[in-house]
Design a protein around this ligand. Structure first.
Ligand SMILES: *[C@@H]1O[C@H](CO)[C@@H](O)[C@H](O)[C@H]1NC(C)=O
Ligand SMILES: *[C@@H]1O[C@H](CO)[C@@H](O)[C@H](O)[C@H]1NC(C)=O
Length: 313
């Protein structure tokens, strides 16, 4: 059986005798790690870690999804090196405000990547932005040339935080080690991937060349909205998608500096978002419809897509 995992980008061959009645269900493991380091910090940093599962079923050029088992924690650490894996220096605090609700939504795709979302009209804007940031990992951002192995090109990419000029670096190489795990599926990206090879798509965003850019950090509700007294600037945004015949891992690293108009202290935020395909299982039923569905753009900070706000007028 052949199923679409990410429309226009990734399919999977399943070794099953009979097609599944309700089709497949994909489980993605989600991790969002944030480190906040105040400028004059000598004592360390504050971490916020979210783990969750994104459960999706395919529809035509779309995925119908919801989050499950979200768990967010924050804690203080002694280290001020964001790349260091660390032990909490104090109590671990549960952060329910960062745990995403389980309402159904849809992600629509076009040949480049994410095209739009369909969400419950009562969704909180802050929650919608958190969802955008995570599902943005499923977006390639450009049409790739399947005939070439190693190449680099620059193009305008629409991603959830803006529309920026981006360098794409594509590499396909042999994996050094054989894969011992034998899952019941083989992933098949649109650009073709021979057995034993790994494909790496790197995206380096040129943040000085954007027609639209939002200095968003995960879970923030207002830093970029009108009348906010917080000034933020995004100074780095790089992404990477790794595909083998058994795995896909997509991740983004952002660095944002932020300060309050009334205070001189600048805080630097380091964010890592990662989405990894964990399993493909038979779905138990058709995906539920999105309740009171409204289309929303992929862009953080914008509520409805432009065309629907025109309809409202
Ligand atoms: C990005 O999105 C905007 C708004 O939807 C659209 O006008 C523009 O053509 C898109 N650009 C690319 C490169 O997809
Ligand atoms: C998040 O932090 C945990 C614990 O330090 C670590 O195991 C994991 O690899 C990190 N994930 C990302 C995406 O940085």
């Amino acid at each position: 059986m052949y199923v679409v995992v990410i429309p226009f980008f990734l399919a999977a061959h399943l070794t099953v005798d009979q097609p599944w009645k309700h089709g497949p269900e994909y489980t993605f493991q989600v991790q969002v790690n944030c480190t906040a380091i105040p400028e004059e910090s000598i004592y360390g940093s504050v971490r916020l870690n979210l783990v969750s599962k994104l459960i999706c079923q395919p529809k035509t050029n779309a995925l119908s999804c919801h989050f499950e088992d979200s768990k967010a924690n924050s804690f203080v650490v002694d280290s001020s090196d964001p790349s260091e894996s660390v032990v909490p220096a104090g109590p671990i605090n549960r952060q329910p405000a960062y745990e995403i609700n389980e309402d159904q939504f849809e992600i629509k795709f076009n040949a480049r990547g994410l095209d739009g979302l369909m969400v419950n009209e009562n969704i909180q804007p802050r929650e919608l932005d958190m969802i955008r940031m995570i599902v943005g990992q499923l977006s390639v951002g450009a049409v790739l040339d399947g005939t070439r192995n190693d190449y680099t090109f620059d193009t305008t990419e629409n991603f959830t935080q803006g529309e920026c000029y981006t360098t794409f670096k594509i590499d396909k190489k042999l994996v050094g080690r054989p894969s011992y795990a034998k899952p019941s599926y083989a992933l098949d990206p649109i650009f073709g991937l021979k057995d034993g090879k790994i494909a790496q798509i790197r995206k380096i965003r040129n943040l000085h060349m954007c027609t639209h850019k939002v200095p968003y950090f995960f879970g923030s509700a207002e830093s970029f909205r009108d009348g906010s007294d917080i000034i933020s600037e995004i100074s780095l945004s790089d992404s990477q998608i790794i595909v083998t015949s058994t795995e896909i891992i997509s991740s983004t690293s952002n660095v944002i500096t932020t300060s309050k108009v009334t205070e001189a202290v600048i805080t630097t935020l380091y964010e890592n978002v990662r989405v990894r395909l964990e399993s493909i299982q038979p779905a138990k039923s058709e995906p539920p419809a999105v309740k009171e569905a409204e289309p929303a753009s992929i862009f953080i900070g914008r509520w409805l897509i432009d065309s629907s706000s025109e309809e409202d007028n």
